[in-house]
Write a protein that binds this ligand. Sequence first.
Ligand code: MTE
Length: 327
Amino acid sequence: VIPQLLSKVAAMLIKKPESIRPSEITTPEMYYGRRRFMRDASGAMIVATVSGLAWHSPVNGATTLNFTKNSKYTVDADPTDRKYVTGYNNFYEFGTRKSDPAENSGAFRPRPWKVEIGGLVNKPGEYELDDLLSGITMEDRVYRLRCVEAWSMVIPWYGFPLSALIEKVEPQPGAKYIEMKTIVRPEEMTHQRFPILDWPYIEGLRMDEAMHPLTILATGVYGANLPNQNGAPLRLVVPWKYGFKGVKSIQSIRFVEEMPINTWQVQNSHEYGFFANVNPSVTHPRWSQARETRLPGFRKDFDTMMFNGYTDQVQHLYAGMDLERWK
Ligand code: MTE
């Protein structure tokens, strides 16, 4: 009787994947074994202090860069606890589980770093990152990040407007889009050895989106240089778009005439489009985009905002466009 009973109990406990309901999947909160993030004034103080120190710290071990707090770009919410920002990531070059990028990216060397600028531009070339950034003002900005998988965070980035870099390299009038690619280094990026995606990871923006003052290239987060898992040494952040637009560890920037085909379109054009504007009324084929889980909160505890809350600043970019079609 006892073995029978045990196997019955085991059958109850061990579920087949298809019998697991979405509501039973471990929440990020349980995953980290941590209680809900409390509103905490001392947390805000720590951010301010670390940012202050960062003002003096060199980026990529070479030039000393100045960071100014840009209070025009902030969010009326506490930043998400740093451990989620740097521990719950998507970076398929290091694996597909949220914990993989932090666990597997230790061998990645983000410096020295060169960025290749090409295409329809007057000043093409292979630039040392610090040369490319010299003379550009670095800023602290707090942005919401909304991922297509329906979780979100509030992140204190530091970086600079992409427009500053674009102006520096002088695109030609024929340049209508900008295409950015992640570096390919399978010897350091553990999962580039497998055909998980069509490497390199590619993203793009229309030129007016790229020039928009909200669009930044980040070199740091939470007052320190970007950890590898967040896309060191340089990654894109476009706060009104789904997080997958934020291409990491950028090695190549090209100015092109045609709309680039981005990685997720190659992967599944039925589910992902080029624009990827946060839009609560356009449902992803496999799930609703109407609500979101602000990590480490409860399931879908926030209404998702059109353009992730940046409507006033960006809706003019899409005037007259059918946003159901142009996902
Ligand atoms: N960039 C590269 N190269 N590879 C990736 O897998 N994932 C994207 C984006 N940039 C990804 C990438 C996705 S799906 C998201 S949501 C964001 O990075 C996550 O950024 P974060 O981990 O810093 O929060």
